[in-house]
Design a protein around this ligand. Structure first.
Ligand code: MN
Length: 264
């Protein structure tokens, strides 16, 4: 999916960390985007913000974060690609048989707590919205690509939607399994030679993972790290420290986390 965005802020995996997302948007000069009554963007104004996906699961304000991203996308202020967690949440929303773990249990709990009529109306809107989300977004005339876990130039010509889906949602894997039972990932970013710059999330790094043609910006906010963004084309990083871990890397909610009252 090609988009004529030339300048934007790309935001890493939110995972229901609404408070840090609000703080980050404020710091980036997008405080107006937090208003529930924000007007649709004029047709000649490109979206200002692009999310790398994984809006849902694990965090403490998943519904609030998803409502914000949904609203900003529908009103033309933001774009998002699909993350592997968003993809699984969508399948759950559609009534498919998915395993409710890896933080999906938090999304399910929050979603089911919405009053029934409002919940079912939103379910329909969300399904329609999330089904249409792209696997990748090309910006700046194709000079950069935003994808959840990974991208490579040959995917532009790939005809199999299943292959594009698997690569963008999970990235390249070795086929082996880690001792924790996860697919072993390949550290592709340092080796990637472009030609386009790939901005991605999914893999958690202690600081943005900056390489010539690939930049990873998931700094693990939900695990107690930070929520980071990359301003394009300047490639300037902004990070908001996490207000606290909500989830442990090997799975499991952090029970002692109590979210602070939001300033926003
Ligand atoms: Mn993620």
């Amino acid at each position: 999916m090609r988009h004529d965005v030339r300048a934007c802020d790309v935001i890493g995996d939110v995972h229901g960390c609404y408070d840090e997302l609000a703080e980050l948007l404020d710091r980036l000069g997008h405080r107006d985007l937090l208003s529930p009554d924000i007007a649709p963007a004029p047709p000649d104004m490109p979206p200002r913000v692009i999310f790398v996906g994984d809006i849902v699961d694990r965090g403490d304000k998943i519904v609030r974060a998803l409502r914000l991203v949904h609203r900003l996308c529908v009103r033309g202020h933001a774009l998002t690609v699909t993350g592997n967690h968003d993809d699984r949440f969508l399948r759950w929303l559609c009534g498919k048989d998915v395993e409710i773990r890896h933080g999906l249990e938090e999304s399910v709990r929050e979603f089911n707590a919405i009053p029934a009529q409002e919940r079912e109306e939103w379910r329909g809107e969300l399904i329609a919205f999330m089904r249409e989300l792209p696997w990748a977004i090309q910006i700046d005339g194709g000079r950069a690509v935003v994808a959840h876990a990974a991208w490579h130039a040959e995917l532009s010509a790939e005809r199999s939607p299943g292959r594009i889906r698997a690569y963008t949602l999970y990235g390249p894997v070795t086929g082996r399994t880690t001792p924790e039972g996860f697919p072993e990932r390949i550290d592709w970013a340092p080796e990637y030679n472009g030609p386009e710059l790939v901005i991605f999330g999914h893999q958690v790094y202690p600081a943005p993972y900056m390489h010539d043609y690939a930049i990873g910006i998931d700094t693990g906010c939900v695990f107690g790290g930070a929520l980071s963004s990359l301003r394009y084309p300047e490639l300037a990083v902004t990070s908001v420290p996490s207000l606290g871990a909500r989830y442990r890397k090997q799975g499991g909610k952090v029970m002692e986390y109590r979210s602070a009252p939001s300033r926003y």
